[in-house]
Write a protein that binds this ligand. Structure first.
Ligand code: ZN
Length: 319
């Protein structure tokens, strides 16, 4: 099948969400507290479906199971990746995710390593990234004593920043930040701190302190970021991360660039601008907010126009 698979996203309400997913990307949102667009997802909590071509209407999990040839005949039983756009109108809870062995043992699903490309950030906005405890005991007692300002490491962010968030990293996206997230297909989150917030019914969300202490990386380790930049005329490919679970790049297109397949399949999101993708002499119009998969049957494709895209491919543990 010689065409990109355009995906229909699933929108998710969150108490910290807003309306930007509609205002900026034009998605139909269920309420003015919409936090997440699950743009390319086969996760049971929000399965997206194909929007065009021979497989139109087919859910991505079914497509992955019935047509493994489109994904390079993978060994991974579940579609391993999940692409989201997140609108944090308010702070997300401080949280941590397990690795695969803990996730499979206690939650029956993969762990979650994720990464963030900051699409937009209000002046002064911050994320929580890591913590200052040296030992598990110190970590536990700072939580018990509510010493959040001492415990949590806050980092100022701006549009264009990239963060790799391996499982075990204490993290939170702060208010006023919009991100494109590439992650393992998992929905297991252990909440460490939720600012004492209450939902519409007056209830606080559950915390998972014991699990958080069990899975957090203590002391925190900052991953080493080694970005690679490749420029062809006025087009740039920036590789942010090559990890065991996923590889993530940004494609900055200002004129025209041809790409050759370098992975079994590629997930792509248009985050800014507009243009075209040409595959086997057929032209498809692209605009901000489009998400698509380039299946294994495509050996090359050409992008033209003026746009920014985030592309991801599976790492060796996701094949
Ligand atoms: Zn997370």
């Amino acid at each position: 099948m010689q065409e990109p698979l355009f995906m229909r996203p699933k929108l998710q309400e969150k108490i910290w969400g807003g309306t930007k997913l509609h205002d900026i990307y034009g998605y139909e949102i269920p309420s003015d507290h919409t936090g997440e667009c699950w743009a390319i997802s086969a996760h049971p909590d929000g399965v997206g479906s194909v929007g065009n071509g021979d497989y139109a209407g087919l859910p991505l999990d079914v497509l992955y199971e019935k047509h493994p040839e489109l994904f390079g005949n993978p060994t991974s039983e579940v579609f391993p990746l999940l692409t989201k756009i997140i609108d944090a109108t308010e702070d997300l809870s401080v949280q941590v995710h397990p690795d695969d062995s803990y996730g499979l043992k206690y939650e029956g699903e993969l762990g979650k390593t994720e990464c963030w490309y900051i699409i937009d950030a209000d002046d002064g906005s911050e994320i929580v990234y890591g913590h200052n405890a040296k030992t598990k005991d110190e970590f536990a007692s700072m939580i018990a004593d509510g010493k959040w300002d001492e415990l949590l490491r806050r980092v100022k962010v701006k549009a264009g920043d990239f963060f790799f968030v391996p499982s075990g990293t204490i993290h939170a996206i702060g208010a006023g930040i919009m991100i494109l997230e590439t992650q393992q297909s998992s929905n297991t989150t252990y909440r460490v701190y939720d600012y004492g917030r209450k939902d519409d019914a007056g209830n606080e969300r559950d915390l998972h302190i014991q699990q958080s202490i069990a899975v957090a990386t203590i002391p925190h380790k900052d991953p080493v970021n080694r970005f690679k930049v490749r420029t062809e005329t006025d087009n740039t490919v920036t590789t942010f991360i090559e990890s065991e679970y996923f590889n993530v790049c940004k494609w900055d297109i200002h004129s025209k660039m041809t790409f050759t397949k370098d992975a079994p399949y590629t997930l792509v999101s248009v985050i800014e601008g507009a243009g075209n993708i040409t595959v086997s002499n057929k032209v498809y119009v692209l605009q901000k907010g489009d998400h698509f998969i380039l299946p294994s049957s495509l050996d090359s494709w050409t992008l033209s126009g003026s746009m920014q895209l985030i592309a991801s491919t599976p790492g060796y543990k996701s094949l």
